[in-house]
Every structure is written in C-alpha cells, then in structure tokens.
Design a protein around this ligand. Structure first.
Ligand code: SF4
Length: 330
C-alpha cells in the first residue's frame, strides 16, 4: 500500500507515487530504489526535513511575537503583487501605533528593497539575530537581496537551499519585541517557497492569504490554482484584490478599462468561489514611479483614486483579519 501524503505535498508531486514508493514524507523519500527515475525525485529529496525539526521551537518563539501574518500570493507574475505588497506595507505603517514588517520571499526576483527605498542596504547580525532594514520608524524589511554580494546576481537555487533561507529568515530575523503585522511577499504560483513558509508558520498560525490578480481570464486561470493550493494547505483566504482594473488619467481623472474582464474579473470569481472580494485598484503610472524611487505613493498622492482604492482594500483586509480573530476567540 502506498503511504499517505499530506495535501500540500501531494499538490506538489508531479506524478502519482509509483509501486514500492517508500513514501514522499518518509526518511527514504527521494533516496529509495523506486525513486530512481521517478518524476517526483527532486521534490521528495528537497522537501522539508523529516521528523520533528529542532529549529521549530526557535521559529515559533520568533513568530509568537507577531500578531498578524499575511501571505501575499498571485497565480501569475506581472500582476503587481510586489507593488501591492509595498503599498500594503506603507499603508499599514502610516498608522504610527502599528509596528509592521515586510518579508520578501520572492527569492529569484526580490523587488521590495527597491520599492520600499532600501536598495543597496545590508542586514546586520548580532547576538539577538538578523536586524531588518528599517525604511520608516515602524516599518522593517528583510529580503534575500540584502545578502547578495551583487544586486544583479541571479539566484539559481534548488528547493533545499531556498528552504534553508526561508527557515533562517523565520528563525533568525529579530523584529523587535512585538510586531502587529508581518506581510510576506511570495513568488508567483505555488512553489517550494510556498510549501516551506506555510509549513514553518503552521504552528503559530497564518492569518491568511491575500491574493492579487488582474481582470483578464488568463490571470484568473492561475488564481484558481492558487485558491486550490490555499484550500489544500489549510490557509484561510482573506480575500482577493483586482489590480490594474482600469486606468485613471492623472490629468482629467477619467477612467478607462485597459485589461478587460472578459469573464467577469475578480469580483465574479470571488462570487463563484465564495471568497471575499476586497476591491479593485486602478492603474496609475505614478504608483510605478513611486515604487521605482522607493517612496510611499501615499505621501504625494494620498487623494488620488488609486490611493483611495488601495486604502479601501487595506481596510477591508484588516476587517477580514478582525473577523477571523473574533471567530477564534468566541
Ligand atoms: S521520488 Fe521516491 S518517495 Fe518520491 S514519490 Fe517517487 S518513489 Fe515515492
């Protein structure tokens, strides 16, 4: 009989387990005789360590000081996930009573340092761990790019090495005594990074996932897979935001649709799948400019339609988090 496999790992396997499979979560995973030539061998041999992980205690200790943990996901690249993560981080940190952290787990394409104005910075290590780079008094950032010798270096890592880095971030980054929100930017799709971060954060709990998409069906197709991943991995979906869902001319303030929602867009998808629709954010070229220069878009354009839309999404997201917390405490 083939040993049972947890749903998140099952979702990653490329093919059904063959006869004589030692079990993708066993000590022998990826190493047994049956593994030679099995399409799953790479996944099985690089997945998370088997048995109790001694580092979990340290990870749990670090994460227990964080009230809310949000994963930002997108099915497809190029939908503005990192841009939205930076906007979300700035928007949360605009409340001076909140302590906010942003963690860039997009290992192959880290862009948060640029968007949050921390490009070229490096992290410091002390007895208490790795210190994030602070881009505002109450907004810290940790990214792989702070650890690379050359910002233009390509990161070509297999799953095990990515997994090690994610573990190090969760275990060693010292976010201070208390963090209200940790916003985690993940790569597009469902990959090693998603499996690792959800497994490591499972014990202290993730508030949920925020999914970013654009209105076209080609983006929504991949969003459905992302939603399926969240369901299989037991990650609550806090909601979906539709990015680039119109263009507001900065001069005349007229709005036009650039990416047409041929199948009803994000709102229809949320209705079909029963997940919260948090709102739509129009394209505004000044957002890209603010991100390129590492400045908060809200500093200069707080009354623009895009800023209003983003802040409405952030409010709706915080409402969803509060609802989840209330349900847990009832
Ligand atoms: S690589 Fe080995 S452990 Fe993984 S599914 Fe194939 S046979 Fe099973």
């Amino acid at each position: 009989m083939t040993p049972s496999v947890s749903e998140p790992l099952k979702a990653q396997l490329q093919a059904p387990e063959p006869e004589h499979c030692p079990g993708p979560e066993s000590e022998q995973a990826g190493k047994g005789d049956a593994c030679d030539g099995c399409p799953n061998q790479n996944i099985c041999s690089t997945q998370l360590p088997k048995g109790p992980d001694p580092d979990m205690h340290l990870i749990n200790q670090r994460l227990s000081q964080i009230d809310h943990k949000i994963l930002v996901l997108s099915g497809k690249g190029g939908v503005g996930k990192s841009t939205f993560t930076s906007m979300l981080s700035w928007a949360l940190a605009a409340d001076e009573d909140l302590e906010v952290g942003a963690m860039d787990l997009d290992i192959c394409g880290p862009s948060l340092p640029r968007m949050l104005g921390a490009e070229g910075e490096s992290v410091h290590q002390s007895n208490s761990g790795l210190s994030p780079v602070y881009v505002a008094d109450n907004l810290g950032l940790m990214s792989i790019s702070f650890m690379l010798p050359d910002p233009d270096s390509a990161v070509i890592w297999r799953g095990a090495k990515k997994n090690g880095l994610i573990k190090q971030f969760l275990k060693d980054v010292n976010w201070g005594e208390h963090l209200d929100y940790l916003v985690v930017d993940t790569p597009p799709g469902t990959s090693d990074e998603h499996l690792s971060v959800t497994s490591y954060m499972k014990e202290t709990g993730i508030d949920g996932a925020l999914i970013v998409t654009t209105p076209q069906e080609v983006a929504l197709l991949d969003v459905r897979k992302e939603i399926d991943f969240c369901r299989k991995a037991n990650i609550k979906i806090l909601g979906l935001v539709e990015n680039m869902s119109g263009f507001v001319c900065p001069n005349c303030h007229g709005e036009s649709r650039i990416f047409k929602p041929t199948t009803g867009g994000g709102a229809q998808l949320c209705e079909d799948l029963g997940i919260p629709f948090l709102g739509s954010v129009p394209l505004d070229p000044r957002i890209g400019k603010a991100c390129d220069s590492g400045k908060s878009f809200f500093d200069n354009y707080s009354d623009s339609p895009a800023a209003t839309a983003i802040l409405d999404v952030v409010d709706a997201l915080r409402d969803q988090i509060e609802i989840s917390v209330e349900k847990l405490t009832i």
